[in-house]
Design a binder for this molecule. Structure first.
Ligand SMILES: [Zn+2]
Length: 334
């Protein structure tokens, strides 16, 4: 997701590099990988999808050269301050796409591995796309370029000059700008804007390739030994942009909804988007108070026995072929 440039953005890569060097020298760290989707799709502007063949190649590399931990093993080391085994890895997924059930789970089972899946509870069984996918479909996948004068005063999209012909560049700009604006809103305000956007642009069905899990799928999925369920808020906001009460609601309700749907305890959480701008010290306190054992962020780094339990780093994985994945892992691994 795009973000504004500030001095923090400029310094951040250097801070990561220094921390990574320190952790590499100390050893005993775990590489936590972050996936979102396992599926082949023709268009993926957020680069969230890894093809099933590529994902299997990743698992083969991990099987032969690394030690993939179960979630219980990861807990044991992080929560008790124990040195992680050499070349240890934890697999995690965010959001709760149906493809996790149909493509990722069977491959994890085949290789005898387990992953921690953080689920945005409000989308399960909703039959609608995650909000960033819906914005992509509405603004980028139209047969003709959009007329952007949508009469949406709350959503400031670029409108072409009077008399100008709309073009695909306008659509791209509108898409990027909509993502930035919608990310900052509470879920109910974002949903209200999406309804207006939907009715302005015209009816279109959700894409079957982009659906979150149904409740039935989630239940079957959660029953697999390859799957451990965590929470990821209800409607996937950038938590730090919300007042404390709304943050608490998003965090606690996602845990309660998943526990109610599945009849299990859900003691894990990850911050939506997960960059340093998407959660605050208040968010961390709320995650701890909600009863989560640990919470994942989304910036690179290693997890070691002294890592903060409520903002541990993860390495984002892209749709890399096996050899590139192996190369990237060598760069990541402590
Ligand atoms: Zn997410």
């Amino acid at each position: 997701m795009p973000s504004g440039n500030s001095w923090k953005d400029v310094l951040r890569p250097w801070v990561y590099r220094m921390r990574n060097t320190r952790d590499r020298m100390l050893g005993g760290a775990c590489t936590v990988l972050l996936y979102h989707r396992v599926i082949d799709i023709p268009s993926d502007p957020q680069q969230l999808a890894v093809g099933p063949a590529e994902f299997e190649a990743h698992l083969q590399v991990l099987k032969s050269r690394y030690r993939v931990l179960t979630v219980a093993e990861f807990d044991h080391h992080l929560l008790h301050g124990k040195r992680f085994p050499d070349r240890s890895v934890l697999l995690t997924f965010d959001d709760g796409y149906a493809d996790n059930h149909y493509f990722a789970r069977p491959l994890l089972e085949k290789y005898g591995m387990q992953a921690l899946f953080y689920i945005a509870s409000g989308y399960m069984g909703s039959g609608r796309e995650f909000w960033w996918d819906e914005v992509e479909r509405l603004l980028l996948h139209r047969p003709v370029p959009l007329l952007l004068d949508l009469q949406l005063p709350d959503l400031r999209l670029k409108v072409p000059e009077a008399g100008a012909t709309p073009n695909r560049g306008d659509d791209q700009e509108a898409y990027a700008s909509a993502l930035v604006q919608l990310r900052k809103l509470p879920g109910n305000e974002r949903d209200a804007l999406l309804i207006k956007l939907r009715s302005s642009i015209g009816p279109a069905e959700p894409r079957s390739t982009h659906l979150p899990m149904s409740v039935e799928e989630l239940r079957e999925f959660a029953a697999s030994p390859a799957v451990v369920i965590g929470a990821h808020t209800v409607l996937h906001p950038s938590l730090a942009q919300l007042p404390e009460g709304e943050q608490r609601q998003e965090i606690s309700a996602s845990k309660a909804q998943l526990e109610h749907l599945l009849g299990i305890s859900v003691p894990y959480f990850s911050y939506p988007f997960g960059t340093g701008a998407d959660f605050s010290a208040t968010t961390e306190r709320l995650a701890r108070a909600a009863g989560f054992r640990h919470t994942a962020a989304n910036y690179p780094g290693f997890v070691h026995a002294r890592s903060p339990q409520h903002r541990f780093p993860r390495h984002l994985v892209r749709n890399w072929q096996g050899p590139e994945f192996a190369h990237r892992m060598e760069q990541f691994a402590p």
